[in-house]
Design a protein around this ligand. Structure first.
Ligand code: RUQ
Ligand code: CUA
Ligand code: CA
Length: 632
């Protein structure tokens, strides 16, 4: 056991409560920004080397071998999602979502614009929280959902083809942050928090009166991707999670003060976790007892204090992560500016909502003190929790039932181990932890700073995603994984829980609009190589078989709006073609049996070559054609 000698057990008992010294004030907070040196080495170099050696067989995936888990990493402000293999930590694929991608043509093709919106003006996103759809509390591998904090959106990725197929902009709010899925009976809703309070209406007429400022908890229908309802709350909203009964969701609030400056957000020693009664909310929506805001038709309910829809549980201080334990018993709110995690008993929530408890805090059954800057908690399915400590640069492993006994006054040590991570961890995530199948094998810790862990690459450093073996008593760090900005969060799914297609099916809805247009033009996508003129709109239909475009020349007039449809007739797995029109900013992927299309203006007279830009054949360089543009 490599536990620090100086770990102080919490004073967070039912009777005593936390001492004020336990809270972090503005002075201590000033250290966070430059705090990369704060974590002291717990393991010596020798003991680390020995531990790494011992764990090696567990995590080395030899060439040609497959990983046990899919990992989905959010790409943060790169706007994408990354698919990783775990435990090898090999990056398998990138799924562009809120960004523009030169390789696949995401943001360039008509199919991606159907998803992003053809008038989409945003080229950026800030993806934080990737979560895989569930049936009866188990990953069903159908969809992955992710938020865009930057532009208040939620995206859905189809996991059979690993492409984004829907993006919804949430109305009436700003900055979707925390996002989790309904677990039981299945993912009917995507729950997501809007972080910032804004005035209502937000039209520039009254921006001073804070009474009119609020934010909302949102639920999106997972199938239609329409917003099902919004719930007005007091304070702001940070992270969220749902329970295993389907009745409750819970969100943290760090700005109960509704402050507009840093000092103001730290004024209260306790903010809260707000619990939403999903059944009551659904009933009110069904009964039509709601209002709407502005032009939006989304049902809006008032869940501010005193409402039947919510309960506000006081939690210290500027809480951040909110995680449901895989046994379904607890919501855990990480204290951030308090060294504690607050344990909320889900089986007490019925009584809380029924008014059978004296006060909201009666649902709190534990509040272990873990260290400085607790942000997120994850679980091994064996009764232990793992909490990241941002300021201490550590992960604390602790036992949940022991923490509860300690809270009840028993002299038990709930801390099992603290492990240094490098450096300043945000999220951590154990394998299958958000489902009933939490298996306690691997822990990924997403460290925000890498400082001296890799070859220097200039002032901008990569993040460091560390892999920790948690299969035994002791956590063992086995891998450092540099990643680009910024994997906020990740999810690990067993590989058999995801079934991907090897090639496209010809009736895939992903290119349904191309098929519709072809039908109107009397074109068979799989057979025809033809140019259709429709005023100054020209539609060029072509097929491809490695290493050829079946149309090697087409003629248009200067100023024509040209749409090129390419249908890849290859049926061999992995033979993807590309279409790149030189000097036109046009490039896209066409995988086997896929149709892809792109629209551009032929504004330059002359000869313009197009070529295949995905290496597909020994004669890939020869896979070319020419567009002849006649001068207007
Ligand atoms: S939040 S570092 Cu965007 Cu997930 Cu906690
Ligand atoms: Cu087709 Cu390269
Ligand atoms: Ca606060």
């Amino acid at each position: 056991m490599t536990k620090k000698d100086d770990i102080v057990q919490g004073e967070g008992t039912k009777s005593g409560g936390l001492s004020r010294r336990g809270f972090l004030g503005a002075t201590a907070l000033a250290g966070i920004g430059g705090a990369t040196g704060l974590g002291s080495l717990v393991m010596t170099r020798e003991s680390f080397a020995a531990a790494a050696e011992e764990a090696r067989n567990n995590y080395v995936v030899h060439p040609g071998e497959l990983d046990e888990y899919y990992g989905f990493w959010s790409g943060g402000h790169s706007g994408e999602v990354r698919v990783m293999g775990v435990p090898s930590m090999r990056e398998l694929m990138r799924i562009p979502v809120f960004n523009v991608d030169s390789a696949t043509g995401w943001g360039i093709t008509n199919e991606s614009k159907d998803v992003l919106g053809h008038d989409n003006t945003f080229l950026n996103g800030d993806a934080h929280h990737p979560h895989v759809s569930m049936t009866d509390g188990r990953y069903d591998g159908k969809y992955l959902f992710i938020n865009d904090k930057a532009n208040t959106r939620v995206a859905r990725i189809r996991l059979d083809i690993m492409k984004c197929d829907k993006i919804t902009t949430v109305p009436n709010v700003q900055a979707i942050h925390g996002l989790r899925l309904q677990k039981v009976p299945k993912t009917n809703y995507v729950f997501c928090n809007a972080e910032y309070v804004i005035p209502h209406p937000n039209e520039g007429s009254d921006m001073e009166n804070m009474e009119n400022h609020f934010t909302m908890f949102n639920a999106i229908d997972a199938e239609t991707m329409e917003v099902a309802f919004q719930v007005i709350v007091d304070g702001n909203l940070d992270n969220t999670d749902a329970d295993y009964t389907g009745r409750y969701a819970c969100s943290t609030c760090y700005n109960s003060e509704k402050a507009l400056d840093l000092a103001g957000t730290m004024r209260n020693d306790r903010d809260w976790a707000v619990v939403f009664h999903i059944e009551r909310i659904e009933k009110a929506v069904k009964d039509g007892s709601y209002k709407t805001i502005g032009d939006s038709k989304v049902p809006v309910l008032d869940g501010r204090k005193g409402s039947d829809f919510t309960r506000y549980i006081p939690v210290p201080k500027n809480p951040h992560g909110l995680n449901t334990s895989p046994d379904g018993k607890y919501f855990m709110a990480a204290g951030k500016l308090s060294p504690t995690v607050t344990i909320i008993a889900i089986d007490k929530l019925d009584d809380l909502f029924a008014g059978n408890l004296n006060e909201e805090r009666d649902v709190v059954v534990g509040e272990p003190e873990l260290g400085l800057g607790p942000l997120h908690t994850t679980f091994d399915g064996r009764g232990n929790a793992y909490t990241t400590l941002f300021i201490d640069s550590q992960v604390a492993k602790w036992n949940i039932e022991d923490a509860i006994r300690h809270y009840n006054g028993e002299q038990v040590d709930y801390l099992r181990q603290k492990l240094d991570v490098h450096y300043q961890p945000g999220h951590n995530h154990a394998s299958l932890t958000e489902s009933r199948d939490a298996d306690g094998k691997w822990l990924v810790v997403l460290s925000k700073f890498s400082k001296d862990r890799f070859l220097p690459v200039g002032p901008l450093h990569p993040e460091n995603d560390q892999l920790i073996d948690i299969s035994g008593e002791e956590m063992k760090l086995v891998h450092d994984g540099p990643t680009f900005a910024e994997p906020h969060d990740c999810i690990l799914v067993r590989r058999d829980q995801i079934q991907t297609k090897k090639i496209y099916e010809r009736d895939d809805p992903f290119f349904a609009s191309a098929r519709e247009q072809a039908e109107k033009d009397g074109i068979t996508l799989e057979a025809d190589n033809k140019v259709i003129r429709d005023g100054n709109k020209v539609r060029v239909y072509m097929t491809s078989i490695a290493p050829q475009f079946m149309l090697t020349e087409f003629k248009v007039k200067q100023g024509d709006e040209v749409t090129v449809y390419v249908t890849n007739l290859d049926t061999i797995e992995d033979v993807t073609h590309g279409f790149c029109m030189v000097n036109h900013g046009v490039s896209m992927e066409i995988s086997p049996q896929q149709t892809a299309s792109v629209t551009f203006t032929a504004d330059k007279p002359g000869v313009h070559w197009y070529y295949c830009n995905w290496f597909c054949h020994a004669l890939h360089m020869e896979m070319v054609g020419r567009m002849l543009v006649e001068k207007a």
